[in-house]
Design a binder for this molecule. Structure first.
Ligand SMILES: Nc1ncnc2c1ncn2[C@@H]1O[C@H](COP(=O)(O)OP(=O)(O)O)[C@@H](O)[C@H]1O
Ligand SMILES: [Mg+2]
Length: 270
């Protein structure tokens, strides 16, 4: 059965658990709304933020929700997920974020930044540098982030750093060498695993957005899906998609317990 056929079988407009979620279609339950609110506040206060969470829990999607919330006129957001950059390339990116011609050295960047401040002050645009996968950051870059985070103009920080990564990022920042940077990050947020009711809500949300007229998963199936994925959204996406394909092959209208259980391991053919 081709993917189009299983989508058709359930009367959906598209695959419900695809990676390409439009910003307006993001699932933002109250627990995540709080995280997004904290991020929004920190940016308004020109502070720095640390956001950690397990892989696939939805960190990058939270950043997208943030982008949606910050007024374009007041903020210039730059997203960088190329965390393995060396210092020189990192600075090139940073200059890009600030709308400056790329400079290779720290000294040149600082000079360019200082020059740029007056303009920023008059336009009142605050740059926010979103560093995704920051647990992979090069140590030299981390050390420079400290200098940047510390760099202030009239005591208001020039830019906000939003460091996003796996829980080990937090451990890494606590190390003695990175402590000064850590101490400047006042908002430290953790995106915890979703509970069973979150999994059910997430699945219902994505299925509804894809055009389903009814629930496509039995309660039992949802409970097993939650256990198998530990509430990590990327794993939910993968298992739920496989379960829908299987259910369609069996001509079922909903995914039942048995079909879901057979879907963890794509090698198990039916
Ligand atoms: N708020 C959300 N709304 C809808 N889908 C989401 C949301 N958060 C995560 N997802 C789904 O889970 C997948 C993994 O999320 P992502 O943000 O990339 O995780 P992380 O950055 O923590 O590894 C996404 O591709 C998307 O399909
Ligand atoms: Mg991510």
């Amino acid at each position: 059965m081709t993917s189009a056929k299983w989508i058709e079988h359930f009367g959906l407009m598209r695959a419900p658990f695809g990676k390409d979620v439009a910003d307006a279609d993001l699932w933002v339950p109250s627990s995540r709304k709080r995280v997004v609110e904290r991020l929004v506040e920190a940016c308004h206060e020109r502070g720095h933020v640390l956001l950690t969470g397990e892989p696939g829990i939805g960190k990058t999607c939270v950043l997208r929700a943030l982008r949606h919330r910050l007024p374009e006129a007041g903020f210039r957001l730059t997203y960088c997920h190329n965390a393995t950059l060396g210092r020189r390339d990192f600075y090139r990116q940073l200059c890009g974020a600030l709308g400056l011609a790329p400079s290779a050295t720290a000294a040149a960047v600082f000079h360019a930044i200082a020059e740029h401040v007056r303009e920023l002050e008059t336009t009142r645009v605050h740059p926010v540098f979103l560093l995704d996968e920051a647990h992979l950051l090069n140590q030299q870059v981390l050390e420079h982030l400290h200098i940047l985070s510390n760099y202030a103009w009239d005591s208001a920080p020039l830019l906000s750093l939003v460091l996003v990564g796996l829980p080990e990022l937090d451990e890494r920042l606590r190390l003695r060498t990175n402590r000064s940077l850590y101490s400047r990050i006042h908002s430290r947020l953790h995106l915890g695993d979703a509970g069973p009711e979150d999994t059910a809500e997430y699945v219902a949300h994505r299925v509804a957005i894809a055009g389903a007229a009814q629930d496509l998963f039995d309660g039992d199936a949802l409970a097993i899906l939650h256990e198998a994925s530990a509430g990590r959204l990327r794993d939910i996406d993968r298992i739920a998609t496989e379960a829908l394909r299987r259910a369609a092959r069996r001509k079922l209208k909903r995914v039942d317990r048995k079909t879901l259980s057979a879907s963890f391991d794509a090698d198990e053919l039916d």
